[in-house]
Design a protein around this ligand. Structure first.
Ligand code: GTR
Length: 325
């Protein structure tokens, strides 16, 4: 009896450990900038539900919406360091951390979301995802960031020349800053949540965003003139940290991937409906929309930007692939 006792204890220990692991739960945090009901928030929720189901509750992801964990540039760093595990980022702020992504923010590169996803759902998407992975971000889905347009308070804009001299809020992102300078305007980089106050107080004259954000933030209540340029059509990305990714089993990685893919499909469906309802809400509230008639003069203004990023080896190949198709 006695000689076998250490073995019996070891077995009992292993058994206890195995039992403890059966119910083991890992709690994860997801960063989100948008409010409840926004397409990104709903898609993130469906992602977390699917992960929960597929892993039988072993992974529980809590979504922190409305940028409560910090603004986007800060959250990008938090995800990179593994302080948050999951996030949905716009390619604007993300490209400051991963310069190879800057191509995605160039004005008038993609004609619309269908054109963008034709590339992102193929080889080019894999290339961008590889660049992101090297920098600590594992892409599980490309979400729609739609087309962004300029809008102003106390200034009606019927041509890009009307933007000259304006203080225009931009995301903390190099390409956006350069683009606004080329319009002879002054870029003001501000956190998303501060834009409404800045428009109300007049510390900025204009901002630019897609229509769902224009509406969900209430910017449309102050900025009553929209110049519909769709100057940047760019993606957003559902990402998890490399730290989390490295800790997952092959089977759990598959579950996360599948949940990410289905949430991206869901997001894109919700997006199109939300664009239409946002325009409808703003129109009913008397917002004036002026569509750009001819983008060519604005595109010509952007020439230094195209030259810069065509000469840059970290963006050149991707740009050539997009321009050719
Ligand atoms: C929104 C985007 C956010 C954020 C915001 C901004 O369209 O979904 O992630 O980038 O624009 O302008 O700061």
């Amino acid at each position: 009896m006695w000689p076998n006792a250490p073995r019996a204890w070891a077995l009992a220990g292993l058994l206890a450990l195995a039992c403890a692991n059966v119910g083991a739960q890992t709690k994860l945090r997801a960063w989100n900038i948008h409010p409840d009901g926004y397409p990104v928030t709903q898609a993130l929720q469906s992602f977390t539900d699917e992960v929960g189901k597929a892993t039988k509750g072993r992974y529980q992801i809590e979504v922190f919406s409305n940028a409560t964990l910090g603004d986007q540039p800060k959250a990008v760093q938090m995800l990179k360091s593994g302080e948050v595990d999951v996030a949905e980022f716009s390619s604007g702020p993300l490209s400051d951390a991963v310069p190879g992504l800057k191509a995605l923010n160039l004005p008038f590169l993609f004609t619309d979301s269908a054109h963008m996803f034709k590339h992102l759902d193929g080889k080019l998407g894999e290339r961008f995802a590889a660049k992101l992975q090297t920098a600590g971000f594992v892409v599980l889905g490309w979400y729609d960031g739609g087309g962004r347009s300029f809008y102003c308070a106390n200034r009606s804009v019927g041509s890009f020349k009307d933007l000259a001299g304006a203080r225009i809020r931009v995301q903390q992102s190099e390409v956006y800053i350069e683009m606004v300078k080329l319009l002879d305007a002054t870029p003001v980089a501000l956190p998303f949540k501060e834009v409404l106050g800045a428009l109300q107080q007049g510390s900025v004259d204009c901002a630019e965003n897609n229509m769902p954000s224009f509406e969900s933030t209430g910017h449309y209540k102050v900025a009553r003139s929209v110049y519909v340029t769709n100057h940047v059509v760019s993606p957003e990305a559902l990402v998890v940290s490399s730290k989390l990714w490295a800790s997952l089993s092959a089977e759990d990685k598959e579950a996360f991937r599948a949940a990410g893919a289905q949430s991206a499909t869901y997001m894109r469906e919700l997006w199109n409906k939300r664009v239409a309802s946002a325009i409808d809400i703003a129109t009913k509230q008397g917002v004036q929309f002026v569509r750009v008639k001819d983008v060519a003069p604005m595109v010509r203004r952007m020439a230094p930007l195209y030259r810069k990023y065509m000469d840059d080896p970290s963006t050149r190949e991707e740009l050539l692939a997009i321009i050719g198709n």
